[in-house]
Write a protein that binds this ligand. Structure first.
Ligand code: BGC
Length: 797
């Protein structure tokens, strides 16, 4: 299917781990990397199965200090399936002559297939065809079908199908010496000829994971039940079954697996649930059919099509939507999980939750608002942990962690390894207090897009109030300047951790943080105004919120200090202009790839803190989050000048000083540049688009896809090129179509109303679904119209 299939036509051991991450199949409850079923973890393959939100904590020594960290757990491998012919070794493609090879990820159907023809050392030619899925509708189930055709041989074939609990977390070696085994076998057995079951428990979090599998096989021409041997090691349970194959005959092996954990609702015990699920499950073909139906329903909510000639772009965008939905899907709704920065596709960043969610929720809000709501509840449930952390640091309100896991405490490790030196670099990113701004932004965006006042009432307002409290308490008043300031923080640019030579980390008046603080305070004030009186009173009593505190929010939000220098350049932080210029050309010449200047400078005994440089957009993030109109309102509130030219100058200034060391950078640059130079934006967009399919960072995709960049590219297509902004109970349109993209169509949900939108070079057409519950307000240019159910707006722009 053009535009719907990611395919590989060669077995390439060097690329295997990247493909495994890209071809991960998941359903928001669990995900399994696209590793070959016969593979175990080695230098080429890395099978991984991750359950959303299943973490485990272990102790380790980092840079000489005993510390602990929490990581996403690699769960037992349900996929494990191998075969051998006569007395040969168990199959390993690396030892075979491969005659043909094709691996395909079918995005529309959520299915991964592999078709290989190979010849072994004895000249036996075999055709192997596999299909697999992780069921989108029955979130505990997955299936693998294997068809083996004996092309030019006849003889015995042994099939080994197992649940492999010998797994460990070894994909990313970023905690040298740390314990990698997180699961301990508890129970399990081979129940009958076709069902096996294994129960493990995570070593610290004590979550029981039950995996059961049913394997059935049918050999053409075999009238007898195949011979069967059990394998029952404590952490590896399976069957070996043998059959005789005639030349030209096929063998079909159908494996269905079920996974449950002790955190699941509506079960009495995981083992029982898993065994029952596989025993009662339909066969592979029927399960696949219902799985495809479920994907069909999801795709209907994600309609996005581009002008002719963009099939490949559409395909990659669909791959990105696919991964977003495999990370957070309707199955996520009842679960206490959020969207980790690398999806559930690998072990990078230990599966932690960062501000990257901002890029993911922005998309989900318009297509699966109920899923966004559920992800926001993850933060709500961790408000107490954030309040505790704020208190510990001497602040009020809630201070969300930079890296979050199961209980909402700060999970940022104290140091990270520098691959250039093998040494450690201190990790101060926990000072990225702007994470609170990201949580507030996510709450408010969700509310703006959905108008879900119940959410604001029950959860959102409380989050916003506690975030406002935090900003108000971290802000200190500078009498001399009659302005509020924020000290001791880091901005999104992680290369600057502090002032050159300073003993303690942290920077003052990071513009991004200060503006986001102001914006969050304003939204908390807005939220209070929108609540019905009874709820406002309840919350005020519950949270001890007094009028003088609200007055302070007003005051801080009008008198926050924004530092600028030169010709209206917003200072990344106070004192930035006094840093040295880096000799970019010399570094590019010396090192080629200078994306990770932190590694390079550290290896030289230097530090990025001395220079005017950045890993990723910092000040420029403001132009990504806010329209010019909203920014100028914010600056006006603060009594500072802001104009379009200022934006242009800031973009020029900071773009020249960025190493683009994060995949999020390209999404943001493509977005902000769209307002001044669309063709440059298109170039950035295309780079962002290829972040994972081409692994443009040269080796990070195998450890997990970059969910923020994936979601960000789709969001960019819809919101930036489509020019959509949901603000003030109105859906505003201001399209920016690059020349290369003469048409863009999308379907999205705004305030419970499905809208079909088509933007061309000069026209904008918006059609509201007949069954929309109410009219919505649409603004195109300065004109505001009310779009009634079934109504249409067709206008020039
Ligand atoms: C980026 C952060 C991001 C994190 C997780 C880092 O490399 O600098 O902005 O949150 O990766 O994706």
């Amino acid at each position: 299917m053009p535009g719907w299939t990611l395919s590989y036509d060669r077995f390439d051991p060097d690329q295997e781990k990247r493909r495994e991450a890209l071809c991960t199949l998941g359903n928001g409850y669990f995900a399994t990397r696209g590793a070959a079923p016969e593979a175990t973890a080695d230098d080429v393959h890395y099978p991984g199965t991750y359950l959303a939100g299943v973490y485990n904590r272990v102790e380790t020594v980092v840079d000489g200090y005993l510390t602990e960290y929490e990581t996403l757990v690699n769960a037992p491998n349900w996929l494990s399936l191998s075969f051998r012919i006569e007395d040969a070794e168990w199959i390993d493609l690396r030892g075979m002559a491969i005659l043909s090879y094709r691996q395909e990820l079918h995005l529309q159907h959520g299915m991964l297939s592999r078709a290989v023809r190979f010849e072994d050392a004895q000249g036996r030619r075999t055709r192997l065809t596999e299909r697999r899925f992780v069921h989108m509708g029955c979130p505990h189930l997955a299936g693998l079908e294997t068809v083996i055709l004996a092309e030019n041989w006849a003889g015995r074939i042994d099939i080994r199908s197992a649940i492999d609990g010998t797994v460990a977390n070894k994909l990313v070696e970023n905690q040298p010496g740390a314990e990698t085994r997180h699961v301990v076998p508890i129970d399990g057995e081979a129940l009958s000829n076709d069902v096996v079951w294994l129960k493990v428990r995570t070593s610290q979090s004590r979550i029981e994971i039950d995996v059961a599998a049913r394997t059935r096989m049918e050999a053409e021409g075999n009238r007898h039940q195949p011979e069967c041997h059990e394998i029952t090691h404590p952490d590896y349970i399976g069957h070996v079954r043998s059959a005789e194959l005639a030349e030209g005959a096929t063998l079909v092996v159908d494996k269905v697996a079920a996974i449950y954990t002790s955190c699941d609702p509506a079960i009495s015990e995981g083992g029982l649930a898993a065994r029952q699920a596989v025993m009662e499950a339909p066969n592979f073909a029927d399960l696949l059919a219902s799985h495809i139906t479920h994907w069909g329903h999801l795709w209907r909510r994600c309609g996005l099509s581009l002008a002719d000639g963009h099939v490949e772009t559409e395909c990659i965008l669909r791959l990105h939507i696919f991964h977003v939905l495999q990370t957070a899907s309707p199955n996520t709704r009842s679960r206490d999980v959020a969207a980790p920065s690398r999806g559930w596709t690998g072990e990078a960043y230990h599966g932690h939750i960062f501000w990257d969610e901002l890029f993911v929720l922005a998309y989900l809000n318009r297509h699966f608002p109920d899923v966004s709501r559920s992800l926001l509840l993850y933060r709500y449930r961790r408000l107490d942990a954030a309040r505790r952390d704020a208190r510990r640091w001497g602040y009020k309100g809630a201070m969300f962690p930079w890296q979050s896991g199961s209980d909402g405490r700060e999970e940022t490790p104290p140091a990270y390894a520098n691959p250039r030196t093998g040494g450690w670099i201190r990790d101060d990113t926990r000072l990225e207090r702007h994470i609170d701004g990201a949580v507030a932004y996510n709450v408010w965006q969700y509310y703006e897009v959905t108008g879900d006042l119940d959410f604001l009432n029950d959860y959102g307002a409380e989050i916003l109030i506690d975030i406002a409290r935090f900003w108000s308490s971290i802000a200190t008043y500078n009498e001399e300047l009659a302005r509020y300031e924020i000290h001791g923080v880091m901005g999104p640019d992680e290369f600057h951790t502090g002032y050159p030579g300073a003993e303690t980390p942290g920077l003052s008046n990071n513009t991004y943080t200060n503006v986001l603080a102001v914006w969050s305070l304003c939204r908390a004030l807005d939220a209070l105004n929108r609540l019905p009186t009874w709820r406002r009173e309840e919350l005020s009593e519950q949270l001890n919120l007094h009028p003088d505190e609200i007055q302070r929010w007003e005051d801080v939000s009008r008198r926050m200090r924004i530092v600028s220098f030169g010709d209206g350049i917003l200072a990344q932080f106070e004192g930035y202009e006094r840093l040295e210029e880096l000799d970019w050309d010399a570094y590019r010449e010396r090192y080629g790839d200078i994306e990770r200047l932190d590694y390079i400078l550290d290896a030289e005994g230097d530090t990025p803190n001395r220079y005017k440089l950045s890993k990723q957009p910092d000040v420029l993030m403001l132009f990504y989050l806010f329209s010019n109109e909203e920014l100028s309102e914010l600056f006006e509130r603060l009594g500072y000048a802001f104009d379009r030219e200022m934006m242009r100058r800031n973009i020029d200034y900071y773009l020249q000083r960025s190493s683009r060391g994060s995949t999020l950078s390209r999404v943001v640059y493509a977005w902000i540049v769209a307002r001044i130079d669309l063709s440059r934006s298109w170039t950035w967009f295309n780079e962002a688009l290829r972040s994972d399919v081409d692994d443009i960072q040269g080796g990070t995709t195998p450890d997990g896809v970059h969910l923020g960049a994936m979601s960000g590219t789709v969001d960019l297509m819809e919101r930036c090129y489509g020019g959509i902004e949901a603000r003030g109970d109105t859906l505003r349109f201001d399209p920016h179509l690059p020349d290369e993209l003469p048409r863009l169509s999308m379907r999205l949900l705004y305030r419970r109303c499905w809208l079909d939108i088509t933007v061309t070079r000069d026209r904008l057409c918006i059609h509201a679904a007949e069954d929309a519950p109410a009219e919505v307000k649409i603004r195109v240019g300065q004109r505001v119209e009310r779009l009634i159910p079934g109504g249409r707006i067709d206008t020039s722009w």
